[in-house]
Design a protein around this ligand. Structure first.
Ligand code: PEP
Ligand code: MN
Length: 334
Protein backbone atom coordinates (compact mmCIF):
# COMPACT_ATOMS: atom_id res chain seq x y z
CA UNK A 1 0.00 0.00 0.00
CA UNK A 2 1.22 3.48 -0.83
CA UNK A 3 -0.03 6.56 1.02
CA UNK A 4 0.69 9.90 -0.67
CA UNK A 5 0.62 12.81 1.78
CA UNK A 6 -0.58 16.30 1.04
CA UNK A 7 2.03 19.04 0.72
CA UNK A 8 3.06 21.20 3.65
CA UNK A 9 1.92 18.97 6.44
CA UNK A 10 3.57 19.21 9.82
CA UNK A 11 6.17 16.65 10.82
CA UNK A 12 4.26 15.77 14.01
CA UNK A 13 1.16 14.91 11.95
CA UNK A 14 3.18 12.66 9.72
CA UNK A 15 4.87 10.94 12.66
CA UNK A 16 1.49 10.40 14.32
CA UNK A 17 0.15 8.70 11.19
CA UNK A 18 3.26 6.52 10.89
CA UNK A 19 3.14 5.30 14.46
CA UNK A 20 -0.57 4.53 14.07
CA UNK A 21 0.12 2.51 10.90
CA UNK A 22 2.97 0.67 12.60
CA UNK A 23 0.68 -0.28 15.45
CA UNK A 24 -0.92 -2.66 12.88
CA UNK A 25 2.38 -4.53 12.67
CA UNK A 26 3.38 -3.22 9.24
CA UNK A 27 6.70 -1.61 8.34
CA UNK A 28 6.73 1.90 6.88
CA UNK A 29 9.09 3.28 4.31
CA UNK A 30 9.22 7.06 3.85
CA UNK A 31 10.18 8.57 0.54
CA UNK A 32 10.48 12.34 0.61
CA UNK A 33 10.36 13.58 -2.94
CA UNK A 34 10.72 17.15 -4.08
CA UNK A 35 6.97 17.54 -4.54
CA UNK A 36 5.48 14.84 -2.43
CA UNK A 37 6.02 12.60 0.56
CA UNK A 38 4.97 9.02 0.17
CA UNK A 39 4.64 6.35 2.86
CA UNK A 40 5.00 2.80 1.60
CA UNK A 41 3.61 -0.01 3.75
CA UNK A 42 5.18 -3.43 3.76
CA UNK A 43 3.60 -6.42 5.44
CA UNK A 44 0.08 -7.59 6.08
CA UNK A 45 -2.08 -4.56 5.41
CA UNK A 46 -5.39 -6.44 5.27
CA UNK A 47 -6.55 -4.96 8.60
CA UNK A 48 -5.88 -1.42 7.44
CA UNK A 49 -8.97 0.36 6.19
CA UNK A 50 -8.05 2.33 3.07
CA UNK A 51 -11.24 4.40 3.21
CA UNK A 52 -10.41 5.50 6.73
CA UNK A 53 -6.91 6.60 5.69
CA UNK A 54 -8.16 8.32 2.53
CA UNK A 55 -10.47 10.37 4.70
CA UNK A 56 -7.63 11.77 6.84
CA UNK A 57 -6.89 15.50 6.44
CA UNK A 58 -3.20 14.98 5.65
CA UNK A 59 -3.65 12.21 3.08
CA UNK A 60 -3.88 12.91 -0.62
CA UNK A 61 -4.34 9.39 -1.95
CA UNK A 62 -4.07 5.73 -1.00
CA UNK A 63 -3.19 2.99 -3.46
CA UNK A 64 -3.13 -0.68 -2.65
CA UNK A 65 -0.22 -2.28 -4.37
CA UNK A 66 -0.71 -5.78 -3.05
CA UNK A 67 -3.93 -7.76 -3.26
CA UNK A 68 -5.97 -7.92 -0.04
CA UNK A 69 -5.98 -11.71 -0.09
CA UNK A 70 -2.78 -12.96 1.45
CA UNK A 71 -3.08 -16.60 2.41
CA UNK A 72 -4.96 -17.38 -0.81
CA UNK A 73 -2.43 -15.44 -2.88
CA UNK A 74 -0.05 -17.28 -5.16
CA UNK A 75 2.64 -14.76 -4.23
CA UNK A 76 2.53 -16.20 -0.73
CA UNK A 77 2.52 -19.81 -1.93
CA UNK A 78 3.97 -20.22 -5.44
CA UNK A 79 3.21 -23.95 -5.73
CA UNK A 80 -0.30 -25.27 -6.32
CA UNK A 81 -2.01 -26.41 -3.16
CA UNK A 82 -3.17 -30.00 -3.25
CA UNK A 83 -6.30 -30.63 -1.18
CA UNK A 84 -6.24 -34.25 -0.17
CA UNK A 85 -9.62 -35.71 0.77
CA UNK A 86 -8.56 -39.37 0.99
CA UNK A 87 -5.49 -41.32 -0.16
CA UNK A 88 -7.08 -41.64 -3.61
CA UNK A 89 -8.99 -38.40 -3.90
CA UNK A 90 -7.22 -35.04 -4.18
CA UNK A 91 -7.70 -31.74 -6.00
CA UNK A 92 -5.02 -29.44 -7.40
CA UNK A 93 -1.41 -29.69 -8.47
CA UNK A 94 -2.28 -32.04 -11.32
CA UNK A 95 -4.82 -34.04 -9.29
CA UNK A 96 -8.22 -33.98 -11.00
CA UNK A 97 -11.46 -35.39 -9.62
CA UNK A 98 -15.07 -35.57 -10.66
CA UNK A 99 -17.69 -35.04 -7.97
CA UNK A 100 -21.07 -36.42 -9.01
CA UNK A 101 -24.45 -37.09 -7.51
CA UNK A 102 -27.95 -35.75 -7.20
CA UNK A 103 -28.81 -32.17 -6.43
CA UNK A 104 -30.68 -33.37 -3.35
CA UNK A 105 -30.62 -36.49 -1.27
CA UNK A 106 -34.12 -37.92 -1.74
CA UNK A 107 -33.88 -41.50 -0.43
CA UNK A 108 -31.31 -44.14 0.43
CA UNK A 109 -32.16 -46.13 -2.71
CA UNK A 110 -31.82 -43.09 -4.93
CA UNK A 111 -28.43 -42.06 -3.54
CA UNK A 112 -27.04 -45.58 -3.54
CA UNK A 113 -28.16 -46.28 -7.13
CA UNK A 114 -26.59 -43.03 -8.35
CA UNK A 115 -23.43 -43.49 -6.27
CA UNK A 116 -22.77 -46.98 -7.64
CA UNK A 117 -23.32 -45.78 -11.21
CA UNK A 118 -21.12 -42.67 -11.02
CA UNK A 119 -18.38 -44.55 -9.18
CA UNK A 120 -18.32 -47.11 -11.97
CA UNK A 121 -17.95 -44.31 -14.51
CA UNK A 122 -15.03 -42.82 -12.61
CA UNK A 123 -16.39 -40.23 -10.18
CA UNK A 124 -14.16 -39.92 -7.14
CA UNK A 125 -16.62 -38.20 -4.83
CA UNK A 126 -20.34 -38.30 -4.16
CA UNK A 127 -22.42 -35.14 -3.78
CA UNK A 128 -25.96 -34.70 -2.51
CA UNK A 129 -27.69 -31.79 -0.80
CA UNK A 130 -29.30 -32.38 2.57
CA UNK A 131 -29.90 -28.71 3.34
CA UNK A 132 -31.15 -27.07 0.15
CA UNK A 133 -31.02 -23.32 -0.47
CA UNK A 134 -34.26 -22.97 -2.45
CA UNK A 135 -35.64 -19.73 -3.82
CA UNK A 136 -39.15 -20.67 -2.74
CA UNK A 137 -39.94 -21.73 0.84
CA UNK A 138 -42.61 -24.04 -0.64
CA UNK A 139 -40.05 -26.08 -2.62
CA UNK A 140 -38.36 -29.21 -1.27
CA UNK A 141 -35.93 -28.05 1.39
CA UNK A 142 -33.92 -31.26 1.73
CA UNK A 143 -33.98 -34.11 4.23
CA UNK A 144 -31.64 -32.31 6.64
CA UNK A 145 -30.09 -34.65 9.25
CA UNK A 146 -31.71 -37.69 7.62
CA UNK A 147 -30.12 -36.66 4.32
CA UNK A 148 -26.68 -36.59 5.89
CA UNK A 149 -27.32 -39.95 7.53
CA UNK A 150 -28.18 -41.39 4.09
CA UNK A 151 -25.06 -39.92 2.49
CA UNK A 152 -22.87 -41.37 5.23
CA UNK A 153 -24.56 -44.75 4.91
CA UNK A 154 -23.91 -44.75 1.14
CA UNK A 155 -20.35 -43.62 1.80
CA UNK A 156 -19.92 -46.64 4.10
CA UNK A 157 -21.36 -49.00 1.48
CA UNK A 158 -19.55 -47.65 -1.58
CA UNK A 159 -16.37 -46.23 -0.08
CA UNK A 160 -16.97 -42.89 -1.81
CA UNK A 161 -16.07 -39.75 0.13
CA UNK A 162 -18.98 -37.31 0.33
CA UNK A 163 -19.59 -33.59 -0.01
CA UNK A 164 -22.70 -31.75 1.11
CA UNK A 165 -23.72 -28.15 1.66
CA UNK A 166 -23.88 -26.37 5.01
CA UNK A 167 -26.29 -23.44 5.40
CA UNK A 168 -26.17 -22.82 9.14
CA UNK A 169 -23.20 -23.21 11.44
CA UNK A 170 -25.54 -24.63 14.09
CA UNK A 171 -25.72 -27.76 11.92
CA UNK A 172 -21.95 -28.30 11.99
CA UNK A 173 -22.05 -31.28 14.40
CA UNK A 174 -24.03 -33.19 11.72
CA UNK A 175 -21.10 -32.74 9.29
CA UNK A 176 -18.48 -34.50 11.42
CA UNK A 177 -18.14 -37.53 9.11
CA UNK A 178 -18.68 -35.54 5.91
CA UNK A 179 -15.44 -35.40 3.92
CA UNK A 180 -15.81 -31.98 2.28
CA UNK A 181 -18.21 -29.23 3.33
CA UNK A 182 -19.73 -27.15 0.56
CA UNK A 183 -20.49 -23.47 0.96
CA UNK A 184 -23.05 -22.69 -1.72
CA UNK A 185 -23.23 -19.65 -3.96
CA UNK A 186 -25.82 -18.00 -1.74
CA UNK A 187 -23.60 -18.22 1.32
CA UNK A 188 -20.32 -17.22 -0.27
CA UNK A 189 -20.37 -13.99 1.71
CA UNK A 190 -21.91 -15.32 4.91
CA UNK A 191 -18.84 -14.16 6.76
CA UNK A 192 -19.76 -15.54 10.17
CA UNK A 193 -20.25 -18.97 8.59
CA UNK A 194 -16.89 -18.65 6.79
CA UNK A 195 -15.13 -17.66 10.01
CA UNK A 196 -16.52 -20.69 11.82
CA UNK A 197 -15.43 -22.97 8.97
CA UNK A 198 -11.99 -21.42 9.32
CA UNK A 199 -11.73 -22.98 12.77
CA UNK A 200 -12.26 -26.57 11.65
CA UNK A 201 -9.89 -29.03 10.03
CA UNK A 202 -11.79 -30.17 6.94
CA UNK A 203 -11.70 -29.22 3.25
CA UNK A 204 -14.25 -26.60 2.22
CA UNK A 205 -15.55 -26.27 -1.35
CA UNK A 206 -16.42 -22.60 -1.75
CA UNK A 207 -18.77 -21.77 -4.62
CA UNK A 208 -18.67 -18.41 -6.33
CA UNK A 209 -21.69 -16.25 -5.54
CA UNK A 210 -24.32 -15.52 -8.15
CA UNK A 211 -23.09 -11.96 -8.61
CA UNK A 212 -19.64 -11.99 -7.09
CA UNK A 213 -16.40 -11.19 -8.78
CA UNK A 214 -13.26 -13.27 -8.45
CA UNK A 215 -11.68 -10.98 -5.91
CA UNK A 216 -14.71 -11.38 -3.67
CA UNK A 217 -14.46 -15.15 -4.05
CA UNK A 218 -10.81 -15.01 -3.05
CA UNK A 219 -11.60 -12.77 -0.09
CA UNK A 220 -14.19 -15.28 1.07
CA UNK A 221 -11.55 -18.01 0.79
CA UNK A 222 -9.31 -15.71 2.81
CA UNK A 223 -11.94 -15.58 5.58
CA UNK A 224 -11.73 -19.36 5.93
CA UNK A 225 -7.94 -19.43 5.63
CA UNK A 226 -7.39 -16.54 8.04
CA UNK A 227 -8.95 -18.69 10.76
CA UNK A 228 -6.38 -21.42 10.15
CA UNK A 229 -8.22 -23.76 7.79
CA UNK A 230 -6.22 -23.51 4.58
CA UNK A 231 -7.99 -26.39 2.80
CA UNK A 232 -10.18 -24.42 0.41
CA UNK A 233 -11.31 -25.56 -3.04
CA UNK A 234 -12.72 -22.76 -5.20
CA UNK A 235 -15.70 -23.52 -7.44
CA UNK A 236 -16.86 -21.64 -10.52
CA UNK A 237 -20.57 -22.34 -11.01
CA UNK A 238 -21.58 -19.54 -13.32
CA UNK A 239 -22.66 -16.01 -12.57
CA UNK A 240 -25.90 -14.20 -13.28
CA UNK A 241 -25.89 -12.15 -16.46
CA UNK A 242 -28.47 -10.79 -18.94
CA UNK A 243 -28.43 -14.15 -20.74
CA UNK A 244 -31.62 -16.17 -20.47
CA UNK A 245 -30.90 -19.26 -22.59
CA UNK A 246 -28.72 -20.60 -19.79
CA UNK A 247 -29.41 -20.54 -16.04
CA UNK A 248 -26.16 -18.66 -15.41
CA UNK A 249 -23.16 -17.74 -17.53
CA UNK A 250 -20.20 -20.06 -17.04
CA UNK A 251 -17.14 -17.91 -16.60
CA UNK A 252 -14.32 -20.22 -17.62
CA UNK A 253 -11.87 -17.34 -17.56
CA UNK A 254 -12.18 -17.72 -13.79
CA UNK A 255 -10.17 -20.93 -14.00
CA UNK A 256 -7.25 -19.18 -15.67
CA UNK A 257 -7.47 -16.04 -13.56
CA UNK A 258 -7.89 -17.81 -10.22
CA UNK A 259 -5.00 -20.13 -11.04
CA UNK A 260 -2.86 -17.10 -11.73
CA UNK A 261 -3.86 -15.22 -8.59
CA UNK A 262 -4.15 -18.13 -6.20
CA UNK A 263 -2.58 -21.48 -5.40
CA UNK A 264 -5.95 -23.01 -4.48
CA UNK A 265 -7.57 -25.67 -6.69
CA UNK A 266 -10.44 -24.60 -8.94
CA UNK A 267 -13.37 -26.90 -9.67
CA UNK A 268 -16.05 -26.16 -12.29
CA UNK A 269 -19.74 -26.96 -11.90
CA UNK A 270 -21.25 -27.01 -15.42
CA UNK A 271 -24.64 -28.17 -14.09
CA UNK A 272 -25.61 -25.07 -12.11
CA UNK A 273 -23.73 -22.91 -14.62
CA UNK A 274 -25.92 -23.89 -17.57
CA UNK A 275 -29.08 -25.30 -16.00
CA UNK A 276 -29.53 -27.70 -18.92
CA UNK A 277 -28.30 -31.29 -19.15
CA UNK A 278 -27.43 -30.97 -22.85
CA UNK A 279 -24.87 -28.22 -22.20
CA UNK A 280 -23.08 -30.06 -19.41
CA UNK A 281 -20.87 -32.19 -21.67
CA UNK A 282 -19.40 -29.38 -23.81
CA UNK A 283 -18.83 -27.19 -20.75
CA UNK A 284 -17.27 -30.05 -18.78
CA UNK A 285 -14.89 -30.68 -21.68
CA UNK A 286 -14.07 -26.99 -21.93
CA UNK A 287 -13.44 -26.79 -18.18
CA UNK A 288 -11.05 -29.74 -18.39
CA UNK A 289 -9.33 -28.13 -21.39
CA UNK A 290 -8.67 -24.87 -19.59
CA UNK A 291 -7.09 -26.57 -16.60
CA UNK A 292 -9.83 -27.03 -13.99
CA UNK A 293 -8.77 -29.25 -11.08
CA UNK A 294 -12.08 -31.03 -11.04
CA UNK A 295 -15.75 -30.99 -11.95
CA UNK A 296 -18.97 -31.13 -9.99
CA UNK A 297 -21.81 -32.64 -12.00
CA UNK A 298 -25.40 -33.35 -11.02
CA UNK A 299 -26.57 -36.86 -11.85
CA UNK A 300 -30.01 -38.34 -11.17
CA UNK A 301 -31.40 -41.81 -11.86
CA UNK A 302 -34.73 -40.26 -12.92
CA UNK A 303 -34.17 -36.60 -13.85
CA UNK A 304 -37.80 -35.82 -14.82
CA UNK A 305 -38.88 -36.74 -11.28
CA UNK A 306 -35.97 -35.17 -9.40
CA UNK A 307 -37.11 -33.08 -6.43
CA UNK A 308 -34.60 -30.38 -7.38
CA UNK A 309 -32.69 -29.39 -10.54
CA UNK A 310 -33.98 -32.20 -12.75
CA UNK A 311 -33.50 -30.27 -16.04
CA UNK A 312 -29.75 -29.96 -15.49
CA UNK A 313 -29.24 -33.46 -14.12
CA UNK A 314 -27.58 -36.11 -16.28
CA UNK A 315 -28.70 -39.70 -16.34
CA UNK A 316 -25.97 -42.15 -15.28
CA UNK A 317 -25.54 -43.07 -18.98
CA UNK A 318 -25.07 -39.45 -20.00
CA UNK A 319 -22.62 -39.01 -17.13
CA UNK A 320 -20.61 -41.99 -18.31
CA UNK A 321 -20.34 -40.39 -21.75
CA UNK A 322 -19.21 -37.07 -20.22
CA UNK A 323 -16.50 -38.78 -18.16
CA UNK A 324 -15.20 -40.48 -21.31
CA UNK A 325 -15.08 -37.16 -23.17
CA UNK A 326 -13.39 -35.37 -20.27
CA UNK A 327 -10.76 -38.12 -20.07
CA UNK A 328 -9.97 -37.64 -23.75
CA UNK A 329 -9.59 -33.89 -23.28
CA UNK A 330 -7.32 -34.37 -20.28
CA UNK A 331 -5.19 -36.85 -22.19
CA UNK A 332 -4.95 -34.44 -25.13
CA UNK A 333 -3.70 -31.54 -23.01
CA UNK A 334 -1.39 -33.60 -20.81
C1 PEP B 1 -25.71 -27.11 -5.20
O1 PEP B 1 -24.57 -27.42 -5.51
O2 PEP B 1 -26.57 -27.94 -4.92
C2 PEP B 1 -26.11 -25.70 -5.23
C3 PEP B 1 -27.20 -25.27 -4.61
O3 PEP B 1 -25.28 -24.95 -5.96
P1 PEP B 1 -25.07 -23.35 -5.99
O4 PEP B 1 -24.81 -22.93 -4.58
O5 PEP B 1 -23.91 -23.21 -6.90
O6 PEP B 1 -26.33 -22.76 -6.56
MN1 MN C 1 -28.62 -28.34 -7.70
Amino acid sequence: MIIALKKEIRKEEREKLISWLESYGVKTHISEGEFQTVIGLVGDTTRIDTDLISGLEIVQSVTRISEPFKKANRKFHPDDTVIRVTDEVAFGGGCFQIIAGPCSVESEDQVETIARAVKKSGAGMLRGGAFKPRTSPYDFQGLHGEGIRILLEVKRRTGMPVITEIMDIAHLPLFEQVDVIQVGARNMQNFELLKELGRIDKPILLKRGLANNMKELLMSAEYIMAGGNEQVILCERGVRTFETYTRNTLDLSAVAVLHELSHLPVVVDPSHATGAARYVKPMAMAAAACGADGLMIEVHNDPPHALCDGPQSLTPEQFDDVVGAVRKVRAAIA
